[in-house]
Write a protein that binds this ligand. Structure first.
Ligand code: GDP
Length: 205
């Protein structure tokens, strides 16, 4: 995570994906879960992922790579981070939800270099119905995923411990779920090293 990271492209559909090369991990979560804040905190750059996506905005997979690569053959970045469009807007029209599901499912099914998806869950809310649906989609696509609790500074420490245990219990029977649930606070910096470690392990570095 040492170098500066840069945004390379927004991908509205499969034909716009960058050529497969670097191994990648992706981040998913309900809108407002703290996804942009977490990506920015991970790489230590405040403005990298844009915070607060407005509902109805074009849905794209946003690709980030460490800076300094030519993009030429043989000069591949070691990894890419993919910010998936948020889900679960209160008044999202059906076409919007369908477009999200198509883009995400196509991506999950078709991307050999995708090593893991981090599914972000707000510590105050736990796994909601639409999160559950996304976990089912990931199981169906057979893509490895791990739950990351966000905004743990908003609840008391024993509450975090309890929520981790409850969440681990909930995902126990899910085939593609990584059994360990991580917890983070972008605000306080808690859990970021553990998440960086998990990512490095997921991409085998
Ligand atoms: P996104 O829609 O998932 O990208 O969420 P954002 O990163 O834009 O965050 C949504 C809101 O939650 C913003 O007001 C953030 O300031 C706030 N937020 C994000 N992470 C944290 C955190 O770790 N702690 C606290 N207290 N607030 C957070």
């Amino acid at each position: 995570f040492g170098r500066p990271w840069i945004f390379i492209r927004g991908v509205p559909s499969m034909e716009f994906l960058p050529p497969e090369g670097p191994l990648e991990v992706a981040f998913a979560g309900r809108s407002n879960v703290g996804k942009s804040s977490l990506i920015n905190a991970l790489v230590g750059q405040k403005g990298l992922a844009r915070t607060s996506n407005t509902p109805g905005r074009t849905q794209e997979l946003n690709y980030f790579v460490p800076d300094g690569y030519s993009g030429g053959a043989g000069d591949l970045p070691p990894m890419a981070l993919v910010d998936m469009p948020g889900y679960g807007y209160a008044q999202a029209p059906k076409e919007h939800v369908d477009a999200w599901t198509k883009l995400v499912f196509d991506y999950l099914r078709g991307r050999a270099t995708l090593k893991r998806v981090y599914v972000l869950i707000d510590s105050r809310h736990g796994i909601k119905k639409n999160d559950d649906e996304v976990l089912s989609l990931l199981d169906k696509a057979a893509v490895s995923y791990q739950i990351v609790l966000t905004k743990t500074d908003k609840i008391k420490a024993p509450g975090v411990v309890k929520l981790i245990a409850e969440t681990q219990e909930k995902i126990k029977k899910r085939p593609a779920a990584f059994p360990v649930v991580l917890s983070t606070s972008s605000e306080k910096g808690d859990g970021l090293d553990q998440l960086r470690g998990a990512i490095s392990e997921a991409i085998g570095r």
